[in-house]
Structures are given as C-alpha cells and as structure tokens.
Design a protein around this ligand. Structure first.
Ligand SMILES: [Ca+2]
Ligand SMILES: [Ca+2]
Ligand SMILES: [Ca+2]
Ligand SMILES: [Ca+2]
Length: 351
C-alpha cells in the first residue's frame, strides 16, 4: 500500500512522520519518512483495517498539526458504488420497472442495457462477487427474495431473505469486499444480515419509525448499523470496529439522509438533503467541519456518488421530470448535467 500526501506549505519543513494504527486515533508505529511525500507500506495484514495520519516537522524538531486521519482495509479490493467498468468512477444507471431493464451510461462513454428484474422489484446493486464491478440485483418484496447476477462469473443467486415491508440495506458487513444481503425491518428496528460466505445474524438497533442509514462511519471497511430518527433529527450509529455507539443531531424531520464520504477520508459522513430548499447539509468526518450546498429542487432525488473518481462522493441529484442527472464534481468544483432515464425510472447509486 502506498500513502501519498500534499507537501506542507510551511517554509521550514524538514520532513514528515507517518503514524499508523489499527484503531482510530491509536497509533502504534511512527515512521520518519524524511522529505518524501509518498511512503510505501509493506507487511500489512490482509483484511485488517489501518488508520493513518501525517505530521510535518521542522529542523528543530517542532511538529506541525496532524493531518486528517484516513483509513482503509488492507488487501481488499476497493469497490466504488455503482462502478460497472472498473475505473473507480460511479457510472450512471437507471432501473426501468416496466421492462426490468438496467440502463447504464458508463464513464468510458459506452452504454449497456441488462434485463434483470420485474415490475415491483427494488434494485439493490452491489458487488456481491467481489470483483470490483457492480452486479445487477433486485429484491422482490412480494416473496422476500433477492435475485443477484454475478458479473464476474455470469452465475446467479436467488435467495429468500426478507419480508414484504423490509427495507433492503445491502452492504459489506464482514469486510471481505463482497456486498452482503441485508434488510432492515421497521416493525422491530432489526437488521438481518446474510453474508456472502453464508453466516447470518440479526441486530436490533433503533426504534419504530427510524430510517436505516448504514455506512462505514468508523472507516474499518465494515458496514456499521445506523438509523436516522426523523422525530428528533438524530443519527444513531454503532461503530463496527469498537462496538461503541454515537448519537449525532444532524437534520430535520423532513430531510432525506444522504450519508456518503464527501471528504474522502474513508469514513462515511453524516449528511442530509433538505427538499424544501434544495440544500445539502454535510458534516465532514475528517475535520468535523460542515458545509451547506444548494443543489437541487424539491422534487429531485439525491444520488450522491463518486462520479469523477477522486475518492470523494459528489453532490448530485436526479430530476424525474426530465430524466436528467445534475452533478457537482468534487475534484474540480465544476458542474454538469446528463440526460439519462425516463420519469418512472429508478436512479441507482448506493452502494
Ligand atoms: Ca461481505
Ligand atoms: Ca465500520
Ligand atoms: Ca468522510
Ligand atoms: Ca468525486
């Protein structure tokens, strides 16, 4: 694994210290990399989470402030939500219920149409076979069945996991790089997970009326259970790494939770989209800073994902009335629009 960082702008920097740990905020190794601004790490344990910070120091041994902590899981292929081509950029996809077809317009300019699903199905794209590419998949509420088509092997899976009113919350719950099948049952506020290696478990988290907001809030490469409670605008998160719980007040009752990694530190950020004023309220995990970004109309659907491939989720909306996607790219700060979809289509992003 290679770490890289921007040089410090301070005039008297003599070198950099890289600190490494296997838990957030706890660093067990410090490496003086002198004036390099990249460092190659060897001997990491595959499948384990790692956390990093970098500090600059002067010739007289004075340390600068620590960088934002970044995290990753060693040896696990990084899947970018909705990437169909393997270039680490999210591709634009809609699911058309009327003909069960997935229409993708890929970042390399190609387009595809894949028939997978039927009217009434919910699209649940993910990387179920762990080859780094998004697999078409649907959850059928009428029979509680998941239908997954593996892009790696061309094989398929049909598995009963869920009940009619469950909310699909697929994600990687064991950190092996494969999306796992999971549902949230609102009636008893319980997550039911079935991993792709066959293990199954339930976890009660939240209360009736909560909205599931799974993500990797502690950056250990494993999905954390989380709910957003509209009644008090509070996020209740359970970190997978330590088992600790957090409550963060962020949002109002009518806001749409849009958790994502907007600052690119490897940890999911708490965020909401407010339809009434078309504004995104982001709370960056790295610095604790927050931002308000006006982007969208009341009737738009938020579709945050990493469309420009810089490792940060981009603010974006899909407008059903004209089937157009509107992007605000994190890398350049520029904006763009693309017509792709029809009014009854379901736009896809997560996971
Ligand atoms: Ca998994
Ligand atoms: Ca986690
Ligand atoms: Ca983040
Ligand atoms: Ca981006």
């Amino acid at each position: 694994m290679t770490l890289a960082w921007d040089p410090s702008s301070e005039p008297n920097v003599a070198g950099y210290y890289v600190s490494i740990g296997t838990q957030p905020g706890v660093y067990t190794a410090n490496i003086d990399v002198r004036t390099q601004t990249t460092y190659r790490l060897n001997g990491l344990m595959d499948g384990a989470p790692y956390y990093f910070i970098v500090r600059a120091y002067t010739a007289t041994g004075v340390f600068g402030p620590a960088s934002v902590e970044v995290s990753t899981r060693a040896g696990i292929r990084h899947y970018v939500a909705g990437d169909m081509t393997g270039d680490y950029r999210t591709d634009v996809t809609v699911f058309r219920p009327s003909n069960g077809t997935w229409y993708s317009r890929n970042s390399n300019g190609t387009t595809t149409g894949v028939v997978w699903g039927a009217p009434g199905d919910l699209p649940v794209k993910g990387d179920y076979d762990g080859n780094g590419l998004g697999d078409p998949a649907v959850y059928r509420p009428s029979n509680g069945t998941w239908y997954v088509r593996y892009t790696g092997t061309g094989g398929a899976l049909g598995l009963v996991w869920g009940a009619p009113n469950d909310v699909p919350v697929q994600g990687d719950y064991d950190g092996d790089g494969r999306t796992d099948i999971a549902v949230f049952r609102p009636a008893n506020a319980t997550f039911y997970v079935r991993t792709m290696t066959g293990s199954a478990f339930g976890y009660q988290w939240g209360s009736a009326g909560d909205i599931p907001v799974v993500g990797d809030y502690d950056g250990d490469g494993v999905n954390d259970f989380g709910v957003f409670r509209p009644a008090n605008g509070t996020w209740y998160l359970r970190h997978s790494g330590t088992g600790s719980a957090r409550a963060i007040q962020w949002g109002l009752a009518d806001d749409v939770p849009v958790a994502g990694d907007y600052d690119g530190d490897g940890k999911t950020d708490v965020a909401v989209y407010r339809p009434s004023n078309g504004t995104w309220y982001l709370r960056y995990s790295g610095t604790g800073a927050n931002a308000g970004v006006q982007w969208g109309l009341t009737t738009d659907q938020p579709v945050p994902a990493d469309y420009d491939g810089d490792g940060k989720d981009d603010v974006a909306v899909y407008r059903p009335s004209n089937g157009t996607w509107y992007f605000r790219y994190s890398a350049s700060g520029t904006t763009g629009g693309m017509q792709w979809g029809a009014s009854a289509d379901i736009p896809l992003t997560r996971p």
